[in-house]
Design a protein around this ligand. Structure first.
Ligand code: BES
Ligand code: MG
Ligand code: ZN
Length: 503
């Protein structure tokens, strides 16, 4: 689907389908208050046509409420967007998503008359938000289906009375939306790929291939031998039963000009291509969908990709810890004591608490790169789903300023994060009587922040660190019309991209 702007619009960009926003407002007559359609921005012919239809009196322009009419050979869809004063970026994303789904199977060309939803000089911002939503909504994981998902629309136009002189800023906004849309799609594909196709080795190869097209990005990876040398025994203990070699993928984006003031941010992601639980085997019902246990790594990669494509003036490192958690005679046994890269010993009481073991060694490795901050993202605990649902991402941090910055980025792009504390009681609960640490707490309570209390031990040199538990928001986010009902959501990629490009 080609998306473009039609400037200086004196006539419509197509006659196939023209979409005109409609709004609603409350009017009070005496004691009675009712809703009325707001349509002062419609062309005169449309208003006359609308008023001549008897049923038009029922139409109020509420959110999602629509009305079709015909003006000559042109089909016009009146698209309700509710109260104009409440129309923020997220309302536009949601409206765009629902509109796209409504029209995609019935038209080759669609023209959206955008000026009435633009406040002040925000045309580029509106274009970006709208387009980003169209692209996220148009995503379908159909590579294994003989019947592919449908989208009839070849051309999507935004019609505006603005002059062509606005084109530069608008083109940039559209390009930005495409970067987000494509990076979200790339990350969603990785998460949706099944474990028999996407193992650690295949995963690393896909990333290696993808970064080839991004300027100033370097790829390297550590395999089993290199990780042994690095004493990453916690990570390797998770890989022990796997048929596939573990991969630690290390990506670096270096901006064109680096000075001693150049900020360096580091992303770390949990990349469990499948989590059986290991010998602490998951029951079959809980094991289904554990292909998504690499969503943390796909999320930080999606953000790294989207940020690096914009060539920002910040150094970005991305560390992806890839393996599956399998079962064989070589599998790590519960009760094992394993020493990690930072020299701390861990009593592994539950092999299903494997993500923190992989992250532990990755975080220690990341600290040695001396970044200004580290943000990790992981599908770490089922408890996070219980606490915050599929709507809100768990945030834990050792630096409230970093936490506030992440929260601000999330607010800007309308994603939800909520901070959970890390307290001494939970730090103590993660200590073992016979090793430095154990990998599970003494009770199942506070499972999410206890996992963070464990991870915190692997952060050194007072580096600012934040942990995002995306176990809930990583998939099945059907509450958002621009996310698939089932499968990878891509949530948090926009937040982390914003964070990286505004650091
Ligand atoms: N990958 C899971 C976390 C998970 C579970 C994410 C369900 C999404 C849905 C993780 O490796 C895990 O198994 N965590 C355990 C930790 C427990 C053993 C302390 C969990 O949450 O049950
Ligand atoms: Mg597990
Ligand atoms: Zn896991």
């Amino acid at each position: 689907m080609d998306i473009s702007v039609h400037y200086n619009a004196t006539e419509h960009a197509t006659n196939d389908l023209v979409v005109l926003p409609a709004f609603t407002k409350k009017v009070t007559k005496g004691k009675k208050s009712t809703n009325e359609v707001v349509n002062s921005h419609w062309p005169k012919v449309v208003k006359e046509n609308f008023n001549s239809i008897a049923a038009s009196k029922h139409y109020k322009g509420n959110t999602g409420e629509h009305f079709i009419l015909h003006v000559g050979d042109t089909t016009v869809l009146l698209w309700g967007m509710g109260e104009k004063s409440k129309l923020d970026n997220e309302a536009i994303r949601r409206s765009a998503a629902n509109l796209f789904k409504h029209v995609k199977d019935h038209h080759d060309e669609v023209s959206f008359v955008i000026d009435s939803i633009v406040k002040g000089n925000k045309l580029p911002e509106m274009l970006e938000v709208f387009t980003e939503s169209l692209l996220m909504t148009g995503y379908a994981y159909d590579k294994y289906m003989s019947k592919k998902a449908t989208n009839k629309i070849k051309s999507w136009y935004f019609e505006t009375k603005e002059k062509k002189s606005k084109a530069k800023a608008c083109d940039k906004a559209l390009a930005q939306a495409h970067i987000i849309g494509e990076s979200v799609a790339f990350a969603r594909d990785l998460v949706n790929d099944p474990p028999n196709h996407l193992d650690s080795v295949a995963y690393a190869k896909l990333i290696e291939k993808d970064v080839k097209s991004i300027k100033r990005v370097k790829y390297k990876h550590l395999g089993r031998a290199e990780m042994k040398k690095e004493k990453m025994n916690l990570f390797l203990s998770v890989n022990a039963a796997s048929a596939h070699e573990a991969r630690l993928v290390h990506l670096t984006y270096t901006p064109a000009k680096v000075t001693k003031n150049t900020k360096h941010i580091c992303f770390v992601g949990k990349g469990l291509t499948f989590d059986t639980g290991g010998l602490s085997l998951k029951p079959s019902g809980s094991m289904v969908n554990m292909k998504f246990d690499m969503a943390g790594s796909a999320t930080v990669y999606g953000a790294f990709r989207a940020a690096a494509l914009q060539q920002p003036n910040v150094k970005i490192t991305c560390i992806l810890g890839m393996t599956d958690n399998a079962v064989s005679a070589d599998a790590t046994m519960p009760d094992s004591i394993v020493t990690g890269r930072n020299g701390m010993s861990v009593e592994i009481l539950n092999t299903d608490a494997e993500g923190r073991l992989v992250l532990a060694d990755c975080l220690d490795y990341a600290c040695d790169l001396k970044p200004d901050c580290i943000i990790d993202s992981a599908t770490l605990t089922g408890a996070c789903l219980v606490a915050l649902g599929t709507e809100v991402c768990g945030l834990m941090t050792n630096d409230s300023k970093l936490g506030a910055k992440i929260k601000k980025s999330a607010d800007t792009v309308n994603e939800y994060v909520w901070e959970l504390p890390i307290i001494d009681e939970w730090r103590n609960d993660m200590k073992s009587p016979i090793a430095d640490l154990k990998n599970i707490g003494g009770t199942r309570f506070a499972g999410t922040p206890k996992a963070a209390a464990f991870l915190e031990n692997f952060i050194k040199n007072d580096i600012s660190w934040a942990h995002l538990d995306i176990a809930g928001v990583g998939d099945s986010s059907g509450h958002l019309p621009y996310c698939p009902k089932k499968g990878a959501s891509g949530q948090m990629i926009r937040t982390l991209t914003h964070f990286a490009t505004n650091s």
